[in-house]
Design a protein around this ligand. Structure first.
Ligand code: PMP
Length: 409
């Protein structure tokens, strides 16, 4: 049960890295859309695992192996609880990228044939574009791309029109844009898709630290995310799948741990989720992710979102005073991701200036090259906030950007 209040200074003391400096200045980490920092409980869980419990899972009869197996299973249970699924719906992967590749490679061919079509949106991350393009080259289906409206929201009417077309079989959509911050109406889109029997794949990479997802209620076929964006370790992520879809899917990779019986005459496969988890898993990563989910579960998501939005508003209001400031993504339905450009200043120069002030932001195409083309820019600067950021950091960002403009312009 969520009960912990959002005492930011107390929360900051949970994250050891926030106390280091960046270029000899206090670190203001405003690149949370790229990755989040880790609380000590996650770091300790990983360290404890290797110190006290390390053993391969699944095959050991000795106590150590049993302990490792129990911790690994516990992590799967924490994830299942958070997303309201059963443990057999939780498939461990390396991250959202691998998850989306798994879905495209294993599930895609079950629903997409030559002459069919699927929908992506202009605001997708490359991780939710390229796997489908690779599949489309093999199968010969068409990828249709939902336009972005000037405020950075999806063209909803376009989607409804496409859904009515006979050969439309699947939509793969980000829940939350890593570049624009747009929160897409996935509940509404999934519900509409289901009326037409259209399959739904949600890229939840950015959603997990800003939204509470009830997978059953959402009703999509797949939801993929990375542990490192939700205070967990890198190299671990999850695909949540509907039972029906997972049951019918062939393996993604072959090897140990994903089989039932192997012979040279033929091999049978393990039930889900093991069927999709070939090889020695990232046990420490899964345990770290389970801890991260438990950590995040202490807080009410509405408290987190209100806090982050407050920081976002401080930053955008302050930056909007700068001549030539353009925010990319202005829909009211957005998370605390602030992408912007300032006329006459290259985002990289700006980020380098901020770095010297201790402020970490990201610049570039954010793995969204098609979106950059739509926005008519090569790169943006992006500040993205998390629950441990402070008003002081948002104000430091504004002051530092203003200073940069006075010097660089
Ligand atoms: N989708 C979105 C929207 C993302 O922001 C990211 C990470 N930037 C990914 C997918 C891919 O995540 P990962 O690199 O952790 O696999």
């Amino acid at each position: 049960m969520a009960s912990r209040s959002l005492d930011i200074s107390q929360i900051r003391s949970d994250f050891p890295i926030l106390h280091r400096e960046n270029r000899s200045k206090p670190l203001a980490f405003l690149d949370n859309a790229a990755t989040s920092q880790k609380p000590a409980c996650v770091i300790n869980a990983i360290s404890d695992y290797y110190t006290h419990t390390n053993s391969n899972v699944h095959r050991g009869v000795y106590e150590l192996a049993e302990d490792a197996e129990n911790l690994y299973h516990q992590a799967r249970k924490s994830i299942a609880r958070r997303f309201n699924v059963t443990v057999d719906q939780v498939v461990f992967v390396r991250g959202a990228t691998e998850g989306l590749n798994l879905v495209a490679q294993s599930f895609g061919p079950l629903v997409l044939e030559q002459g069919d079509a699927m929908i992506l949106s202009e605001m997708e991350h490359h991780a939710n574009i390229v796997p489908w393009q690779i599949l489309s080259q093999k199968i010969g289906f068409e990828i249709r791309v939902c336009p972005t409206l000037p405020n950075g929201s999806l063209d909803r009417e376009w989607i409804s029109r496409e859904f009515r077309k006979k050969n439309l079989k699947l939509i793969a959509l980000t829940a939350l844009s890593n570049t624009l911050g747009t929160v897409n109406p996935i509940e509404e889109i999934v519900a509409e898709a289901r009326q037409y029997g259209i399959k739904t794949v949600i890229d939840g990479a950015q959603s997990v630290p800003h939204q509470k997802i009830d997978f059953q209620k959402l009703g999509c076929d797949f939801f993929a995310f990375s542990g490192h964006k939700i205070f967990g370790p890198m190299g671990i992520g999850v695909v949540l799948g509907s039972k029906d879809s997972l049951q019918n899917m062939p393996p993604y990779q072959g090897g140990g741990d994903m089989i039932d019986q192997v012979s040279f005459e033929g091999t049978t496969f393990a039930p889900v989720p093991q069927r999709f988890e070939a090889g020695t898993p990232n046990v420490a990563g899964a345990i770290g992710l389970g801890k991260a989910i438990d950590y995040f579960d202490q807080f009410e998501i509405s408290d987190v979102v209100n806090h982050e939005n407050n920081l976002y508003q401080i930053a955008r209001t302050g930056l909007a005073e700068i001549a030539g400031f353009v925010e990319h993504g202005t829909t009211p339905h957005k998370a605390a991701v602030l992408s912007f450009t300032i006329e006459g200043i290259h985002p990289h120069d700006l980020a380098t200036f901020l770095d010297a002030q201790g402020i970490a932001i990201r610049t570039g195409h954010h793995c969204c090259q098609p979106l950059m083309k739509v926005l008519g820019v090569e790169a943006t600067a992006r500040a993205s906030f998390a629950l441990y950021n402070t008003e002081e950091e948002a104000n430091r960002l504004v002051d530092a950007v203003k200073k940069a403009v006075s010097i660089l312009k």
